[in-house]
Design a protein around this ligand. Sequence first.
Ligand code: NAP
Length: 276
Amino acid sequence: MRNAAAHPTEIVLLGDPVAHSLSPLFQNAAIKAAGFSATYSARRVEINELESTLLAFRDKNVAGNVTIPHKEHVATLCKELSSTATRAAAVNTFWFDEGALVGDNTDIAGASSTLTKLVKVRGIFSRCLVVGAGGAAASLLLALSDMQLHDIDISARNTHRANALCQRIRISASVMDNVPSDLSKYDLIVNATPIGISGNDLPFGIETIRADACVFDLVYRRGLTPLVKQALDAGILATDGLDMLVAQGALSFEKWFGVSPDLSVMWSAVGEERQL
Ligand code: NAP
C-alpha cells in the first residue's frame, strides 16, 4: 500500500459527532513539530454529505481520518483499500493517490498496541469478553485474533448486529445479549460501548472481575473513565482508549506524511499520564 503521494496540506476528520475528538489536538502538535505546513481539523458530516465532501477533497488533495458512524460507508467509496481496511470492511484513514481515494485502517494496529502492553504486564490472556459490537469492537476483535486469542465472548444488546459483525470479519465468538453476572472466568474484559464517555455510568460491574484480570476501556476522555477509575481503585490492571487513539493516529500520520511523528509530542499535547 502506497503512502499519500504528495504531502497533504489539509487533513480532516470526518464523523458525526466529532466535537469530543482529541485527534486535532495531538495531530496538529505533531504536524507542527515535524515542520509540515498542514492543518488538521474535525468536520461533522452527515452520511448523505460524505460522497460530495470526499469529491471536493479530491481536487484539493485533502487527506483525513474517519470516525463514527462513517467508517464502513467510506470503505465502500474507496477506489483502493489496504488489506487491513478490507478485513475490517472499515476505513479510518484516507488520502488520494493520483485522484483515487485510498482507504486504510489503523484502528486494528492501535488496539494491538494497547493489548501488547497489557500482555507484557500481565501475560497472555486466554479468555476474553468484549462488550459492544460496533466498529471499535471489530478492530479489537481483529487485534485479538492476530494475537491468536480465540476464546472470545461478545455481549451486545443487539445480538443480530454482533452475529453479523462476526460473520463480516470472520471471527468465531459466542454472542450473548447480557453481560454475565459472574466475570471471574475472563482474563480480559473490554468495553467497546460508548458508556462512560461522559457521566459516571459503568458498562458492567467490576465486583466479580479477578484481581489478576485486565480491563480495557476503549472509551477515552479527559482524566480516567469511570470504569478505569473503579477497576484501578480495586487493584485491577486497567487502561482506557487513549493509547489506542494515539497509536492509530501515529500510523495515520505515517500514511499521510511518509515519516513517523514524534510520539512524545502527541502525548504531551493530550496532556495525560499513562497508566501502562
Ligand atoms: P458504534 O459502532 O456505535 O458501536 C457501539 C456499540 O455499543 C454497539 O454495539 C451499541 O449497541 C453498543 N451500545 C451503545 N450504547 C449502549 C448502551 N447504552 N448500552 C449497551 N450497549 C450500548 O461505536 P464504535 O465505533 O464501536 O465506538 C464505541 C466507543 O468506542 C466510542 O464511543 C469510543 O468511545 C470508543 N472508540 C475508541 C477508539 C480509540 O481509539 N480508543 C476508537 C473507536 C471508538 P447497538 O448496536 O444496540 O446500538
